[in-house]
Unconditional design. Structure first.
Length: 237
């Protein structure tokens, strides 16, 4: 029950009801200008796959680099200039450069999104690593916790707020960058669909796809991030 509380169940039911009403309205309208929820979500699948892969890569690499920079002065000195460069380099420039160098490929698209998100994860986790309580680490060592138990019971609870901040800001940023990347050089996904509908002045489909996009973002927030946040914050209670 902790993973599926009543408020979340109510939100899920509300979202599913909205999708059902949308699908029924599209069926009755029977118009190419008003696609059903199923058709929109099928197009959304390509975008979701890119978001998932880029988010996983950015979080994994960014966490490792950020922790290394936060705990090692030499690593921080060596990598800081590169992080600052990526932080200030527009995502559009990164996407265009990778498309030029690697071609209009899936690897270039995902690489552009990952590189655009990576520095924010690095900076956030670096600050988290710098705030780790040394006294708690010494206590764990004196009680012979070992590496795994120290990480699980001492280090991870302190890093959890920083990890959640990086996750939330990362998803918010990646959604936007993926659309730009798809619009520039991919033959599928929401970004590509929006480009086509813009050229056709198809406002109804633009709104339909925008609503589907919002629905997916809310589903990720309610179904993944909020339960994860509650689970990681249990130790505070």
């Amino acid at each position: 029950m902790a993973w599926f509380p009543a408020p979340l169940a109510g939100r899920a039911a509300s979202l599913l009801s909205l999708l059902a009403i949308w699908e029924a309205a599209a069926w009755f309208a029977h118009s190419r200008l008003f696609p059903g929820a199923g058709a929109v979500l099928a197009t959304l699948g390509a975008t979701l796959a890119r978001v998932a892969v880029a988010f996983t890569l950015a979080m994994a690499l960014g966490t490792a680099i950020g922790l290394a920079m936060g705990r090692s002065r030499a690593a921080d000195t060596l990598l800081d200039s590169g992080v600052v460069l990526l932080l200030n380099l527009p995502a559009l420039v990164i996407a265009v450069l990778l498309y030029v160098w690697l071609g209009l490929t899936e690897a270039a698209a995902i690489g552009a999104v990952t590189l655009s998100k990576l520095p924010t994860v690095v900076v956030t986790l670096r600050e988290g690593a710098r705030t780790l309580d040394r006294d708690l680490a010494d206590m764990a060592e004196s009680f012979h916790f070992g590496v795994w138990r120290t990480w699980r019971h001492v280090t991870l609870p302190q890093l959890a707020p920083f990890f959640l901040v990086a996750s939330r800001t990362g998803l918010a940023l990646i959604w936007k960058i993926v659309l730009v990347v798809e619009l520039l050089g991919r033959p599928d996904g929401i970004g590509y669909a929006i480009q086509v509908f813009f050229q056709l002045f198809d406002v109804r489909r633009l709104i339909a796809y925008a609503l589907a996009f919002v629905a997916v973002v809310l589903a990720v927030e309610w179904g993944v991030l909020q339960p994860l946040e509650r689970r990681l914050a249990r130790w505070r209670r």
